[in-house]
Design a binder for this molecule. Sequence first.
Ligand code: PNW
Length: 518
Amino acid sequence: MVVPTTLTPVVAKLPKDFLWGFATAAFQIEGSTDVDGRGKSIWDDFSRQPGKTLDGGNGDVATNSYELWKEDIALLKAYGVKSYRFSIAWARIIPLGGRNDPVNPKGIEYYSKFIDALLAAGIIPFVTLYHWDLPQALHDRYGGWLNREIVEDYTNYAKVCFRAFGGRVKHWLTMNEPWCVSILGYGRGVFAPGRSSDRNRSPEGDSSTEPWIVGHNVILAHAYAVKAYREEFKSTQRGIIGITLNGDWALPYDDSPANVEAAQHALDVAIGWYADPIYLGHYPEFMQEMLGERLPAFTTEELAVVKGSSDFYGMNTYTTNLCKAGGDDEFQGRVEYTFTRPDGTQLGTQAHCAWLQTYPQGFRALLNYLYKRYRLPIYVTENGFAVKNENSLTIEQAIQDHDRVEYFRGMTAAAVAAIVEDGVDIRAYFPWSLLDNFEWADGYDTRFGVTYVDYATQKRYPKESAKFLAKFFRENIANDLPKYREPPNLQSVLNYVRSAFLRLRGSSGTALVGTAKA
Ligand code: PNW
């Protein structure tokens, strides 16, 4: 605990129990893919195939966190986090994946000691059950997510985890970013298992049907696992459970009605596809229109399980897109994305990946949109930035990650504004990622870490962004220390009254659709 030596005015803006920490995923950091009885995941062989990752990188070593887990925890402690979001590898727990396949005691033991060590360090485990590493055996057995069988196998796996870890884990995420699972894995074919209609990419697959079937099964698997948690574990374990969805704010390219409508269509497919059934009990109308018979339907019984199956809104977000009506890309709601405004200027600072620019105003607008539409507390479970060409810099240069610091400066300010001025109920913020790591199809070329990893030595070097975030949360989360508070000024009293009023009314009051000029 840092005790201020001088009496500087400090006004904590975030509540005492606000969770912050960093996020990672098993396949991106663990390595050690063939030890202690782990089964293969669909990413193992996929990432080894030539041409599937930018630099030919695979997950065999990654950041070697399976072995260096104590170092990772020491790093988290040094950063002063309250929580750590990590994922469990299904194929370490049940190597062949299925409900009649054996559980691997070594897998249970590994995560068990990891969770104990986190708790001993005063860090709350925030656990993702599925971050894209489907057991290969289930893909081979029946097509993985394409087959409804997966619902029972996933539910069984989740129950094994609740039983083994639920006494200590009180924060569960069922799935990470189902849009990416379906669209990138079975539509565009750029992520494992790499299925697509594009025969240059994949010998098998149907991009017009498979993503929607996969998405449907992911929703059902999530929902039945939550049902099992609530019926069999919740009363004794007393945790919370939900899903985390990716989704970026959509701004109309200009004021034309077609582009205003396009922005809503983009949100419908990126977010509403999953969020509407889970929180509101139906697929978005636009998706039903766009896909017709290709969009699977829920039975009445299933819908009763799906609706209300998340205790909170889990939000991963990185950027904002300017939306133009047109094109035939169903995965974006037949909307074209750009970062170039009508006047030729860029929306924000360009990241290393083409799909990412900095735009904090969009983060604030999206928080307002989600809170107003789904009316649940929001847990921001991912948000981050990859500095352009960071991989070609020296370590000394790379740790001076100015653009990432500016990204987080903007995003944290936007989150605080959403909480304090707009009355949005945000409970957590997990920057992506604790470490540079295996960035899926980008291999090791793209670095998202607040900690630099020298892959030749596996040494970790904190970047400026880690220091910025550690300081930001140290100063802005209320603690028990007596604080000198600034006397309230008129504006903050007015903001407080306004946000209390909006909270009561259950509305954010902020304009939901801005324009590119905003
Ligand atoms: C998320 N896109 O993935 C994942 O949850 C992380 O595992 C990943 O490392 C992180 O964001 C950074 O990419 C995404 O193309 C992958 O829009 C691709 C996209 C978005 C998120």
